[in-house]
Structure formats: C-alpha cells, structure tokens
Design a protein around this ligand. Structure first.
Ligand code: PM9
Length: 466
C-alpha cells in the first residue's frame, strides 16, 4: 500500500516535538538503563511506545470536559458515561474504574480462587499478572497460527476450540472461573477474533457453566477486521459488529485509553446483578465510589463523547490505514513484520531481524534500543522481558513471538512522521549486523518488569560493533 485516505480531521492545536542528536540520545538511553520506557518523553521524537492514553481528543471531547459534574456521588457525568457504554457495548451494569488494570484487579478478585485455571486467547501482561496474583494459572488456547509471525490467517486471535476443550476436560469446569478473551489480541500484534469463533467459544463455555469475559480495549478495531474479512459482515456497521461481539459474552473489562480516544479511564461491563454488586463493593475499596471509579466527572464525559466518535467508519478506516501504511512500507523493504498487519501497531520480528543474537540477550529490547538511538523513535519490547518469569519455576519465559511493537496513537501523527519512522526502521534493519550484543538486566522488578527494568549491554560498552 502506498498511501491512505486523508484523515477525517484537521489540526486545531499543536504540541511541539524536538529532534535530538545521536550523541544526546546515547546519553539519554544510558541514563534510562537501556530501557526506552524510562526515557523522558521530551527526549523522544516520535513516540510509538503505546496507543494507550496517548490519543488526541477532538474539539467535541474537549468541550465535553467542561460539562463534567464533579459531585462526589451520583454525578450527571456518570449517567452520560453509563448510557454511552450501555448503548454501544450492550452491558446492563457499567462500573467505572480508573483504567483497564483497575478493572482486571476487581474482576480477578471477584471471580478467582487460588488453584483455579483461566484459558484465554494469549496472555496480556497486566491481565495475567492479576490472574496470577489471585492464584490462577493462565492457559493459552489461541490457534497455533497466532504464534507464527508470517502466517497470514485472517483471524489470528481465534481460539482453538480443541485446546479449550482440553483445558476444561483436564481441570474440570468448576476449576475455571471464566474464559478470558481479547479482541484484538495485543500480544499477537493486534490480531482479531472472528464473531463466529467467539460465538463457538461462548457456546462451549456456557454449556459447561463457565462465563466468558471480553477485553474490549480494541474491540472496535476488531470490528473493522470482521467487517473487512468475515463472511456475512461486510454490510454491517462497526457499531453493529461491536454489539455482536459483546453480545456473546457475560461481561467485559475496558481500558478506555485505547479505542475510546481518551487519555485515562475504563469500566467493567456486566450482565449478572449479583456479580455487579460484588464488583461495586470492591470498586469502593480500590478505585473510588461506584459512580466515578477513580475518574473525574470530566473524564467520564470525554469517554462518552469518544465512544460515539470511535465507531464512526471514517475514523476507523483512517486509523487502520495509517497502521497499514507503516507496516506496508516495512514489509515491502524486507523488514520482517508480523502479518497480517494488526489494528493498533506494527510489530518488527526481533528474532528474525537479530537472528545472529541469542534470545537470552533480549533481542526485542535490544532492537527497541537500536531504533531509539537511530532516530529518537520509541517502541516497546513485546517478548521475553514482557513475558516475565514463570511463577512456579522462576525461569524466564521465552514466548514464541519476540518483537518490537510500534504502536500508533490515534489522530496524533501525520503521514510524514510515519514515513520518518519507516525510513529509519528500514535503515536499522539494513544495518542489523552492526548490532553485535544483546542486553542483560542490571535491575529486574518483580511485576510487569518491562516498565521499570534497567539493562546494560551484555559483555561490552554498547550493543554495536565499534
Ligand atoms: N495496554 C499497551 O501499551 C498499556 C500498558 S502496556 C505497555 O498495549 C489490554 C489488551 C491492553 C492493556 C494495556 C490493558 C491494561 C488491558 N488489556 O493500561 O491499565 O492492551 O488501561 O489497560 C497497554 P490499562
């Protein structure tokens, strides 16, 4: 693909960003322990660390902020927010939380008992961390194709029903508090699940008395892929497909920082009144009152306005096209990227790019450092560092996928920024043999270690041959 449709918005306010020298970036990255996450954002030129909370809000969202009702209890803004979530996602009970992991904490505490088992379509670090903290073991039941970076299966987020059946048979339905489904699947590179597959998961789980919970952080992007790829859905709107995806499930956890075009916020959506009461009780302890859940009234207004914009076809089309543009340029230049291209990010296969380095040198972390040094572009490691250690054996987990994720914030960067990223990632790839060393931990936090870990080049001053 050589271009994409003009963005369905124009710029009304700008935020200056600053290019730096290579020497400056070397000092900054060393000071950050070779972990781009620990850089100051002002030392980053194009920030593709995440699409979470980094979106640009519209004039409608900014003006909605002014309508925020900041009453402690029963704020009008809560009811506006509740109605928007109910209308677009279809869950009866809407419980606000400060962001996705707040919802994961509450749901895990409500449902998980020690020694239980949770099947899901690939792990996400914060989701699995809360499941494990509450004593469950996560079982990956995604289709094998999801673990193969070059396989072009249209729905790499699908569940392998045989694997799900095997987990139910091995541990028994009473040991499975819920099935944990993501749409799209972040750690597979933003890959979608089909409506048909999700319906089959629902049927199987419900036949065994097991509820299904959906991670809706990027369900709208998932709906786009359903509309484009799944037979029977081409004439349905994104809004209709979103409702169809949620309809199969018993509840959802949402990080509004993704699809909903805001900088903070989230919710839990439930159908069961008893579970909702329990969750509201825990929200009081961990998040805030059940009518604000850690958000300001204005945040809930911005989410309500963002939800309405997020299902507009023009918006989703332009958003996905920008991701496709970056991915297409890298793919055409021979950079190994996860295919098909996903919804929110382009993922550079670090194992293939740095095939001359051992995985124990954390190749995706090393590639993230090289891309930052090259051009001030910040991505994030999604591989062994993110996967953490096995809670039982204490050994590093080395997942099949090891990649540098370049996540694109919504409505933030122009095509020239994206081309700048493409030019520089291509150059790093062309000069990949200059990278001769991986990274080793100098500080390793216990939980979600990728955020705060510090590293040093393994056996030398730098990762480059010089
Ligand atoms: N995802 C992301 O960049 C932000 C933190 S990890 C660098 O991809 C899913 C599918 C997510 C997610 C966050 C959360 C947690 C849950 N599910 O960040 O707590 O992608 O709002 O959401 C990030 P919060």
């Amino acid at each position: 693909m050589t271009g994409y449709p003009p963005e369905p918005w124009r710029v009304k306010m700008v935020e200056p960003i600053r290019a730096t020298t290579r020497e400056y970036r070397e000092q900054a990255l060393r000071a950050a322990g070779w972990n781009p996450c620990l850089l100051r954002s002002e030392d980053v030129y194009v920030d593709l660390f995440t699409d979470s909370g980094t979106n640009a809000m519209s004039d409608r969202q900014w003006s909605a902020l002014m309508r925020g009702d900041e009453a402690y209890a029963g704020a009008r803004s809560f009811y506006v927010f509740e109605e928007a979530v109910r209308a677009h996602y279809g869950y009866e009970h809407v419980i606000p939380v400060h962001q996705g992991r707040g919802g994961e904490n509450i749901l895990s505490r409500c449902l998980i008992r020690p020694g239980t088992h949770i099947p899901g379509n690939m792990y996400f670090p914060s989701t699995r961390a809360h499941q494990e903290l509450n004593g469950a073991t996560f079982h990956d039941v995604i289709i094998d194709e999801a673990h193969d970076p070059s396989c072009e299966h249209p729905f790499k987020g699908d569940v392998d029903l045989g694997k799900l059946r095997a987990v139910i048979a091995e541990f028994g339905p009473e040991s499975i508090p819920y099935v944990s489904i993501a749409a799209t699947v972040n750690m597979a590179g933003g890959q979608p699940i089909s409506v048909a597959n999700l319906a089959e998961v629902g049927e199987l789980a419900h036949a065994n008395g097991i509820p299904v919970f959906l991670d809706t952080a990027r369900a709208i992007e998932n709906a786009w892929f359903v509309q484009q790829r799944e037979p029977g859905w081409a004439n349905a709107s994104i809004a209709e497909i979103l409702l169809a995806l949620c309809a199969v499930t018993d509840g959802a956890v949402m990080s509004s920082k993704k699809d909903s075009l805001v900088n903070i916020g989230g919710w839990i959506g439930l159908r069961d009144s008893e579970l909702a009461e329990k969750a509201r009780g825990l929200v009081l302890l961990y998040e805030g009152l059940h009518t604000y859940g850690g958000m300001a009234g204005r945040d809930m207004e911005a989410i309500a306005a963002g939800i309405a914009e997020s299902v507009e076809e023009d918006h989703v089309r332009a958003r996905i096209a920008q991701v496709e543009h970056l991915g297409g340029r890298l793919r055409d230049a021979g950079v190994p990227v996860i295919l098909p291209l996903g919804g929110h990010c382009v993922c550079v296969d670090a194992t293939a790019t740095l095939s001359h380095l051992p995985r124990t040198g954390f190749t995706a972390q090393t590639l993230a450092a090289a891309v930052y040094l090259q051009a001030g572009v910040r991505g994030v490691e999604r591989g062994a560092v993110s996967a953490g250690r096995d809670p039982v054996t204490g050994e590093n987990r080395f997942p099949p996928l090891e990649f540098l994720r370049l996540a694109i914030p919504r409505r933030v960067y122009t095509r020239s920024h994206i081309d700048y990223v493409a030019d520089n990632v291509i150059e790093v790839h062309q000069r990949r043999d200059d990278i001769v060393r991986g990274l080793a931990f100098t500080y390793e936090p216990r939980h979600l270690r990728f955020f705060q870990a510090r590293f040093a080049p393994d056996g030398g001053e730098t990762i480059f041959a010089r």
